[in-house]
Design a protein around this ligand. Sequence first.
Ligand SMILES: CC(C)(COP(=O)(O)OP(=O)(O)OC[C@H]1O[C@@H](n2cnc3c(N)ncnc32)[C@H](O)[C@@H]1OP(=O)(O)O)[C@@H](O)C(=O)NCCC(=O)NCCS
Length: 328
Amino acid sequence: MASVIIAGVGSYAPARVVTNQELAQRVETSDEWIFSRSGIRERHIAADDEACSDLAIKAAQAALLDANMTAADVDLLIVATATPDYPLPATACVVQHKLGVPPHAACFDIAAACSGFVYALEIAYGQLLTGRYKCALIIGAEKLSTIVDWSDRTTCVLFGDGGGAAVLKKTDQVGVGIIGSDLGADGELTDYLYTPCGGSRTPTSPATIEAKGHFLKMKGKEIFKNAVRVMEKVAREMVEQNGLTLDQINLVIPHQANVRIVEALAGNLGLPMDRFHLNIDRFGNTSSASIPLALDEARRLGRIKPGDYTLLVAFGAGFTYGSTLIRW
Ligand SMILES: CC(C)(COP(=O)(O)OP(=O)(O)OC[C@H]1O[C@@H](n2cnc3c(N)ncnc32)[C@H](O)[C@@H]1OP(=O)(O)O)[C@@H](O)C(=O)NCCC(=O)NCCS
């Protein structure tokens, strides 16, 4: 029986840090409101000349270094993003060229919003197991600052920019690596979080720009409830399907959207908060970059040791969700 291991992880956050106090100078809000309602203190915002691929490449370089591999080893490259460099072609192809991934590699983007990294993990996992590919580089990268309405206090305080990446390889070792992976979606809830204009439904026009139709629209309360519900469901199912109990999970890395969502999840699962790795206070919600950014940080802080079980749980626009169980 073969398995797929995470051979390396890396992340990158743009240099500029925007604090809640700075936002309070732009919109009617306060550090107290933002922190108490979301757990966020600050977020990183990319420079004008930094695109999604630039964040992706820096995260990928760190992951390759961590895996002791080079871009030449990669034959499957997946970028999960909601903020690609261009509508066409895929950001993965831009990354491939600049990073030096060989031309025989398959390169494509996936659109699963904040669940993008766990979706990419599942795809790479399946493809590596077939033996069709040898080394996958998966990246979650976002420049959300370009689709946030900076005059809308209900959304602009929540999001940030960044990138996270992982290198995946097949191994003959048994009982390590990706133990289980499960994805889902509920397309009935597409209008909970979406950008109404700029696609084929409502192409860009002077009127769509005037109406601010290219920025994120969000139903915060509805998302909150569904996020807690689906993350609890997928976490329980993943653990049970693999013959484990929740108390055997050493660390949960949840999508970082709101610390109160994680607190509600922890309460429902009966797990203490110290079993969750959180960095939302310093990064905000970075969508597909959120889980790999937190995973990389948790590893560097020594919160993940050989033999540990780590559970990734995600939800996002779509409404997409998923979980991955890893043994190190
Ligand atoms: C968005 C969210 C933080 C709002 O928290 P909440 O407790 O539900 O707050 P409410 O929406 O009830 O807003 C309460 C009040 O604060 C106001 N408010 C909203 N944003 C504010 C801000 N940045 N600063 C100050 N006040 C704000 C609202 O206008 C509202 O005022 P009102 O009662 O006079 O109408 C929370 O619902 C959430 O995190 N939802 C999930 C969002 C998410 O995860 N999105 C990404 C999915 S991947």
